[in-house]
Ligand binder design. Structure first.
Ligand code: SAM
Ligand code: SF4
Length: 440
């Protein structure tokens, strides 16, 4: 009988797609997915280390797994991802109940490491080998999925002063375009309608390898039949070029939404972060995108309380938010990460001041989110169905092309994943509506 693996994923979409790949890889070691930890033989934590909070969550999960493991002989614990990469040896020392520690470049080794662990041989593999052979394992997607993530690159060369990613994911490596296109074609054959291209800095795709450029890749993907929606994440504002901006106006399949993390609205802080653009550069790109694709939606990431950030720097961040009026945003208090430049910068912002800035920023964003959602009321929008609504089983839930969640009452005679929904009301984070009766 196959054994069962339960994977808990922390952090970003890169980790989500890696976890989906681990499921496929573990099938070759005769493991199937478990629905809960209780029914699992192997529990795998795919970890994140982007902020200290993520670290703490993982430590507490590891504490619980110590008890879980002692409940039955033969249970195995594996830890992969960014925290495993960063703290491998220390992790194994502090949590001796962990059987396998594997890094971000050792994913393809997972089936072998599990077999060893089954024979009571613990493993720790965290070398930065530049290995990308895990890309050969197609990420698991549930049957009937309408949307899927496709990795186009790994790692990052930017070394923003605050960020641990280049240290735990390694240097940027782009995936061959032929492999990406094969994966997209096979997703289309499985009925997937939307692909989300993933990388830490998608706009620099292919530059080091002499591959086709990112806009050329987008054009080729748009020619794959059966993929009406293409998204990508994450774009770096410095590297987002004119050609890609223009594609938003020319390419129907490119969804009218972009996640363009600004981090701060102050030029002084942007320079200290090493972001490579100014507030003016950023706002010009936003305007160009709006001109090219009226109705375009925007989201962003913000860091408040970066070392040396004054009240007036912070007000500039609020004013960027006012100027763009993002549809949604993720915002974080600066978290010093070991080994990064900013961890030793002077001018730490007191925790209470950073907390209060974060609350102010988030409440301004909440206003904008409500305003942007309310502007959809009365419109008919195309919604890609993701499944039943979590709050009402008689409704379906999906996303608009501009990345807004919609819960709606379906028309019983309709099928298919792309549906036209009349938006009736807007809440703090989602839209509600109903599908019209079939016409004609
Ligand atoms: N590559 C993307 C980019 O450049 O925008 C995003 C990378 S990171 C996984 C996601 C977000 O985490 C960043 O945009 C930033 O806002 C936030 N972040 C990264 N390091 C951080 C830190 N040390 N403290 C607080 N937030 C951080
Ligand atoms: Fe981190 Fe900057 Fe790379 Fe994004 S671009 S992953 S923030 S170093």
């Amino acid at each position: 009988m196959p054994k069962r693996v339960y994977i808990e994923t922390f952090g970003c979409q890169m980790n989500e797609v890696d976890s989906a790949r681990m499921i496929s890889l573990l099938e070759s070691a005769d493991y199937r997915q478990a629905n809960s930890i209780a029914e699992a033989d192997l529990v795998l934590l795919n970890t994140c280390s982007i902020r200290e909070k993520a670290d703490q969550k993982i430590r507490s999960a590891l504490g619980e797994l110590r008890r879980w493991k002692s409940g039955r002989k033969g249970r195995l614990v594996a830890v992969g991802g960014c925290l495993a990469q960063q703290q491998g040896a220390r992790l194994a020392e502090k949590a001796p109940h962990v059987d396998i520690v594997f890094g971000t470049h050792n994913i393809a080794r997972l089936p072998d490491l599990v077999r060893r662990a089954e024979n009571a041989i613990p493993s720790m593999e965290i070398d930065f080998s530049g290995d990308t052979s895990h890309w050969d394992a197609p990420p698991y997607i549930p049957s009937g999925a309408s949307s899927a993530m496709v990795t186009i690159m790994q790692g990052c060369d930017n070394f923003c002063a605050y960020c641990i990613v280049p240290y735990v994911r390694g240097r940027e490596i782009s995936r061959p375009s032929g492999e990406i296109l094969d994966e997209v074609r096979s997703l289309a054959d499985r009925g997937v309608s939307e692909v989300i291209l993933l990388g830490q800095n998608v706009n620099s795709y292919g530059r080091k390898e002499g591959e086709i450029t990112f806009p050329a890749l987008l054009r080729r993907i748009a020619r794959v039949p059966g993929i009406p929606r293409i998204r990508f994440v994450t774009s770096h504002p410095r590297d987002l070029d004119r050609e890609t901006i223009d594609l938003f106006g020319d390419m129907e399949a490119l969804c009218p939404h972009i996640h363009l993390p600004v981090q701060s609205g102050s030029d002084r802080i942007l320079a200290a972060m090493g972001r490579g653009y100014t507030r003016k550069d950023y706002l010009e790109k936003i305007s160009a995108l709006r001109r090219g694709r009226p109705g375009m939606a925007f989201s962003s990431d913000f860091i408040v309380g970066f070392p040396g950030e004054t009240e007036s720097d912070f007000e500039e961040t609020l004013s960027v938010m006012e100027e763009v009026r993002y549809d949604s945003a993720f915002s974080f208090k600066f978290s010093p990460r070991p080994g990064t430049r900013a961890a030793s910068f002077a001018g730490a912002v007191p925790t209470e001041a950073a907390g209060s800035r974060l609350r102010r920023l988030q409440s301004l964003q909440d206003e904008h989110t409500r305003e942007r959602l309310a502007a959809c009321i009365g419109r008919e929008m195309d919604v890609l169905v993701e499944g039943p609504s979590a709050r009402d089983a008689s409704q379906l839930c999906g996303r608009t092309s501009c990345h807004k969640f919609v819960n709606f009452y379906p028309e019983k005679t309709r099928t298919g994943s792309l549906r036209t929904v009349a938006i009736r009301s807007a809440g703090a984070h989602t839209l509600s509506g109903a599908e019209g009766a079939p016409r004609g």
